[in-house]
Design a protein around this ligand. Structure first.
Ligand code: AHG
Ligand code: MN
Ligand code: MN
Length: 331
């Protein structure tokens, strides 16, 4: 007999007490994300087979080309979260503005807002490279029973009640935290069930991977040029390895399991970096800290950044604690 494996559903029930608010609500939230993840996974898997690849012809809120699967994933997560009547609002990297969500009977009594990057690394879709979904969950700050407002979304990362990502890779894995460590669940596609495969993820003691798009080197801040030189020529514990997939979820996931740091500095075309604070950096920072790592803008803890707009970007250095601290020392 194979060993008894814990399913995601069982795990949520087992860990109910870890979630400081109503357990039933959190189960419904994660359940709707789990369902949406399976649906998107199915679509991503057959992306090469059907006529779903290519551009929709529209751009997302940041003016980048939006691919069909981006829009599809956005709809799937939005529908799943709306149907369960568990959130009062949603903000997505794919949408200009947040949406306030009422229950079918018209009330706004739900307590949570979700922020989501429905498909991360989407430029990798048509070349069969891993992509992901990132989500971040907050309690609303405006009174229950009223429509969600911008201030419900512009909360510091420290206020997250849960965050996670789904990596659609060689296998599909859902990783999340509620502030009590990080756990990963791998999808058995034959059964459609997520099983606990990576309990209590901790970033390894030794980190030697650095992940950065060096094509932008000429426009990096001097501190980052110095850090790259440090990795390549100076560090006592060399050699380091450079690995960059170009899908944040994949790069962070690998670095978390193998020990490394992800860097997206300010560049000429992206003076505040490219990554979005609310949809990408805060959830990844929360997960990374919970796995024993660190996330910084170079000069400030990411989770302490006071958001001023939905699609705000920040420079992002995230992963192995000592490596992030080394980067900070160059600023
Ligand atoms: P998205 O597909 O959601 O727009 O995100 C793309 C992001 C992130 O996944 C990745 O790490 C980064 O863009 C890569 O950027 P470069 O191609 O500039 O390196
Ligand atoms: Mn992204
Ligand atoms: Mn995206």
């Amino acid at each position: 007999m194979p060993p008894r494996m814990t399913t995601l559903g069982e795990f949520i029930i087992e860990k109910q007490k870890d979630f400081k608010y109503s357990t039933g609500e959190f189960s419904r939230l994660i359940n709707s994300i789990r369902l949406a993840a399976k649906t998107v996974n199915h679509e991503v898997n057959k992306a090469g087979l059907v006529d779903i690849l290519g551009q929709t012809g529209t751009s997302n809120s940041s003016g980048e080309e939006q691919q069909k699967l981006d829009a599809y994933a956005n709809d799937v997560f939005k529908t799943a979260l709306t149907n369960r009547e568990i959130i009062c609002g949603l903000a997505s990297e794919e949408e200009e503005d947040f949406v306030s969500i009422a229950n079918k009977n018209g009330d706004n009594r739900n307590k949570y807002v979700v922020m989501i990057d429905p498909l991360d690394g989407s430029s990798n879709i048509d070349v069969n490279v891993s992509i992901g979904t990132i989500f971040s969950i907050y309690r609303r700050v405006t009174p229950e029973g009223t429509p969600a407002q911008l201030e419900d979304f512009l909360q510091k990362g420290t206020e997250q009640v849960a965050a996670g990502y789904i990596l659609y890779g060689t296998s599909t894995i859902l990783v999340y935290t509620t502030g009590h460590g990080v756990n990963g669940f791998t999808l058995n596609p034959a059964l459609g069930t997520f099983y606990l495969s990576h309990p209590s993820i901790r970033i390894p003691e030794k980190g030697s991977i650095y992940s950065i798009n060096e094509g932008n080197y000429a426009h990096f801040p001097q501190a980052i040029k110095n850090y790259i030189k440090y990795c390549q020529e100076i560090a006592q514990d060399r050699p380091y390895t450079s690995r960059y997939i170009g899908s944040l979820v994949s790069d962070i996931h690998r670095n978390m399991l193998k020990g490394g740091v992800y860097l997206y500095p300010s560049t000429h075309s992206h003076p505040s970096g490219k990554l979005r604070l609310l949809y990408e950096c805060n959830p990844m920072a929360f997960i990374t800290e919970q796995a024993g790592g660190k996330a910084s803008t170079g000069t400030q803890r990411v989770l302490d950044v006071e958001p001023t707009e939905l699609h705000q970007r920040v420079p992002f250095y995230c992963g192995h604690t000592a490596m992030v601290e080394k980067i900070e020392s160059f600023f």
